[in-house]
Design a protein around this ligand. Structure first.
Ligand code: GLU
Length: 286
């Protein structure tokens, strides 16, 4: 069954901005007859106890999901299978660049910001053997396009850069851009609603989905919460988590910011209209 999802990284408490994104993902999914899945993206940056707290906060707001929450770390076999598919199609190469080499090369003026210039793309077999003796390799996508276009419900058609991005880090951990694509496809997720900080990642992910033979999801990248200085909201910005605010206060802030009223997520469904969502960042006074 087609699904939407929320995919938090368990690196600390969710703040009201994250909770608002979760509520929006729920509303987008439920208002379109989709199921709604919860996926804990725990391949990186895990803080003990964070997953339990995040899920408890989401439940406290009345956000429900279908089936148990799934942990990305328990799905390594699916991700490894996707890597094998790409490798056997000749769509990968090993990269020996250090973080600093990538940063220096990526600041080259003719490239889109942050794009990898392909330093290791055309190394010879001998060069690869020599470099592999020095340091472990990351695995990169051998991209055949400089850009890709996705459709976003709030942003329209968005064309963005696709570089030879990392599929597997040099510590062996699958990269976010790969894991998210593989898991969304494996879970029948065809609607991706998340913060608009990830809008620039969507073209890479949609292109990768296509290479793996999956349909591209529809996207809705929603505005982030910011503090009174206009900077992306962080936990140090005051009382911004559900524990600090209390459930009722957090709920009231979030629903007011969306121009919606009701006591539960289901109450909001009747008046939820993506076209009238605020398009500006949400300023939170913590
Ligand atoms: N785990 C990511 C985050 O918490 C979100 C990934 C996604 O929604 O695609 O920022």
């Amino acid at each position: 069954m087609p699904a939407g999802r929320f995919a938090p990284s368990p690196s600390g408490d969710l703040h009201v901005g994250n909770l608002r994104t979760a509520l929006l993902a729920w509303l987008f999914a439920r208002s379109t007859g989709r199921s709604f899945l919860m996926r804990v993206e725990d391949l990186d940056r895990v803080r003990a106890g964070s997953e339990e707290q995040q899920l408890a906060d989401l439940r406290a707001l009345g956000i429900d999901w279908d089936g148990p929450a799934v942990r990305q770390s328990e799905r390594r076999d699916v991700v490894d299978a996707a890597i094998a598919t790409l490798e056997s199609a000749g769509l990968t190469y090993s990269c020996f660049c250090t973080r600093r080499e990538v940063q220096e090369a990526a600041s080259a003026p003719h490239l889109p910001p942050g794009a990898y210039p392909g330093t290791c793309r055309d190394l010879t077999a001998d060069e690869r053997t020599a470099r592999a003796a020095e340091r472990p390799a990351a695995l990169r996508l051998r991209s055949a396009t400089p850009t890709w276009t996705v459709h976003d419900e709030l942003h329209g058609d968005v064309e963005g850069a696709v570089d030879d991005f990392v599929l597997r880090r040099n510590d062996g951990v699958p990269a976010y851009n790969l894991a998210v694509v593989v898991d969304d496809a494996a879970q029948d997720v065809d609607q991706v609603v998340r913060g608009d900080d990830l809008l620039t990642s969507a073209p890479r992910q949609a292109y990768l989905a296509t290479l793996l033979g999956h349909a591209q999801p529809t996207y809705a990248h929603v505005p982030l919460a910011v503090n009174t200085q206009g900077v992306r909201l962080a936990k140090r910005d005051g009382a911004v988590t559900l524990r600090e605010l209390g459930r009722d206060q957090a709920w009231a802030m979030i629903t007011a910011s969306l121009g919606l009223s009701g006591d539960t997520p289901s109450d909001l469904l009747a008046s939820f209209d993506p076209a009238s969502l605020p398009r500006q960042p949400w300023t939170v006074v913590g």
